[in-house]
Write a protein that binds this ligand. Structure first.
Ligand SMILES: CC(C)(COP(=O)(O)OP(=O)(O)OC[C@H]1O[C@@H](n2cnc3c(N)ncnc32)[C@H](O)[C@@H]1OP(=O)(O)O)[C@@H](O)C(=O)NCCC(=O)NCCS
Length: 182
């Protein structure tokens, strides 16, 4: 992997969105996403009730940036300046040249093609600039939007984990999708 990539935090851009570094002032977007039950349907987490929970989560993200084990970005609409969600490449392993991908948008911004733009830019960055050999994502069964996004970007189903996560009282299957840079 290209270690120079950590020298300056990368800002990415699509037609409608700036994909910018997550900052310690970004507690609101973390809170807004994590208080919505629908957004968390396929994420192993109970909705946040307090802003302190969002602050703790944000601190965790920022420590990943600090330790150079993650790039966490906030997605900002160019036209209005609204922060619509966040995501990143995390658990970066420089030894194995791989990283996991994760993302989420606040519900009112779903189904407008925003994530399709964003994921494409993040993958391009991960493969072409960061020179990762592998990017992978874990998807809880039923998360059709996420599966579509990954498959559209040439991720292949790699492993199916049966009853792997306990969500809201039910065991859910999880599937690992991956993109190998050959
Ligand atoms: C997953 C998520 C980021 C998708 O964002 P989005 O901006 O709505 O995605 P897009 O509008 O770019 O749509 C991507 C594709 O999925 C399809 N899609 C969207 N929602 C869908 C659904 N519920 N069922 C089936 N397909 C769906 C779209 O039609 C589109 O397909 P197309 O390119 O063939 O038209 C958003 O739903 C979200 O934040 N979900 C909650 C968090 C989450 O689950 N994160 C992923 C964890 S693995």
């Amino acid at each position: 992997m290209n270690s120079k990539i950590f020298k300056k935090f990368p800002v990415l851009e699509t037609e409608r969105i700036i994909i910018r570094q997550m900052l310690k002032t970004d507690v609101n977007v973390v809170f807004d996403f994590n208080t919505c039950q629908d957004s968390l349907e396929f994420i192993i987490r109970k909705p946040f009730k307090t802003i302190d929970e969002a602050k703790d989560k944000l601190s965790f993200f920022l420590s990943g940036i600090e330790n150079k084990t993650a790039f966490w970005w906030v997605f900002t609409l160019k036209e209005t300046g609204e922060d619509i969600g966040y995501g990143g490449l995390f658990d970066i392993s420089t030894e194995n040249n791989k990283a996991e991908i994760g993302y989420g948008l606040i519900k009112k911004y779903w189904n407008k093609g925003y994530m399709s733009e964003i994921i494409n830019a993040i993958i391009k960055f991960g493969i072409s600039d960061a020179e990762l050999h592998k990017i992978y994502g874990a998807v809880i069964s039923g998360n059709q939007a996420s599966i579509k996004l990954l498959e559209k970007n040439n991720f292949k189903k790699e492993a199916h984990l049966t009853e792997h996560s306990f969500i809201n009282g039910n065991y859910k299957d999880e599937t690992i999708y991956s993109l190998i840079n050959n």
